[in-house]
Design a binder for this molecule. Structure first.
Ligand code: BGC
Length: 374
């Protein structure tokens, strides 16, 4: 006779097993050795994949996004970010390709700020200014990595006094690749002393494929009615200026190159676009900051963020001297960045949203890069 209880129990065990196997396959983040630092420390690379065949590779050095492979309108996969094939390429020096940037992304004027009546002097690594966290920013340290399902969790302890900043800052950045073709980045931090924090990712995108040409034909929309003008040293003036009637108006989709050579002082200061836009809507809520598409490939990318601003930079300092992945030379404007962030030089601009993280408080921001085809 059939023993129904036994059959049901066996079926449950079988189904659970299958379910766990599926989870196992779905949650697979592959870890491999990417290279070794000059002092022998190992750097690992993690490959995240989703059910659509999208693949993102991230390494423990700098938390750098090394590649993002997404399909075009014909279904052909292409790598849409700039970078190098091996660790040595990154160690030779590069303009923050794919990196986590901190403790303070972007510039702090005269490399100093005041907090609680104390003046803190930071490393000056961009003329007299501080840029992207200093000489050894978060882009040049090895992060501790942990795999949690389809999330890669990276942690780093930035010591009190590192690059001049106060407080031991405990930082965690998680990268999650979803089946909706989103690369979701969550940033967390806590401190044991009041400090300033502004974390971002510095990926250079080219939706036609990395190394394939300049990005001027990409069409861009930025959900921002104003931006923060800069002085000749690229430090924000404190002004919040309307974009209407200027080459900074990307409220409607516009080719990046359409007005880049306009006779405009802000464009001259930046050698092109290298400015912070003030994203419409309420900071702290996830909202669409920008949408970019590239007509020949049909690839489209949306940027969603909780941050108040986004730095749109178009690789104005790339000049062909760096040779990247697949032996491609990275020439003038071969990539663009959409660095979600707080406004540049906020620690010295009391009218800008504050970047102060108080002792015991939690820093948490989210940014999503979502890929699709048009
Ligand atoms: C800055 C640029 C800088 C680039 C690479 C961007 O975030 O705004 O001015 O040249 O990073 O360092």
């Amino acid at each position: 006779m059939f023993n129904f209880k036994k059959i049901i129990a066996a079926s449950i065990i079988l189904l659970t097993g299958c379910f766990l196997m599926v989870l196992e396959v779905r949650a697979d983040i592959k870890k491999e050795l990417f290279g070794k630092m000059p002092d022998g420390r190992e750097v690992d690379i993690f490959t995240l994949t989703n059910k659509n065949g999208v693949e993102v590779r991230i390494m423990s050095y700098g938390g750098i996004v090394v590649s993002i492979k997404v399909p075009d309108k014909q279904g052909r996969t292409g790598d849409v970010v700039l970078g190098f094939d091996n660790l040595e390429g990154y160690l030779k020096g590069h303009p923050y390709f794919g990196a986590i940037v901190g403790r303070y992304g972007n510039r702090i004027g005269n490399a100093r700020f005041n907090l609680n009546g104390v003046e803190y002097k930071l490393a000056a690594n961009n003329d007299q200014n501080h840029l992207h966290g200093g000489l050894t920013g978060f882009d040049k340290v090895i992060w501790a990595a942990r795999i949690d399902g389809n999330t890669l969790e990276l942690s780093y302890l930035s010591r009190d006094g590192e690059e001049g900043y106060p407080g031991n800052l405990s930082v965690k950045v998680t990268y999650t690749l979803t089946d909706q073709n989103e690369l979701k980045i969550d940033y967390f931090a806590t401190t044991d002393k009041d400090t300033v924090v502004n974390l971002t990712n510095h990926s250079y995108f080219n939706l036609a494929g990395q190394g394939s040409g300049d990005i001027l034909k990409h069409r861009l929309e930025i959900g921002a009615s104003s931006f923060t003008p800069v002085d000749s040293g690229m430090i924000t003036t404190g002004e919040i200026k309307k974009v209407v009637g200027t080459p900074f108006d990307f409220l409607k989709p516009t080719e990046i190159g359409a007005r880049v050579d306009a006779d405009d002082q802000q464009l001259k200061f930046g050698r092109g676009y290298d400015h912070n836009w003030v994203i419409n809507g309420k900071p702290g809520t996830l909202r669409l900051a920008a949408r970019v598409d590239e007509p020949s490939s049909g690839r489209q990318m949306e940027v969603w963020t909780t941050e108040p601003g986004v730095q749109f930079y178009i690789g104005n300092f790339l000049d062909g001297t760096l040779t990247g992945k697949e032996n491609k030379a990275y020439k003038f404007r071969y990539g663009f960045c959409l660095e979600t962030q707080h406004f540049p030089d906020s620690p010295n601009k009391s009218s800008f949203p504050s970047t102060v993280l108080r002792k015991g408080a939690s820093y948490k921001t989210t940014t999503i890069y979502k890929f699709s085809v048009k």
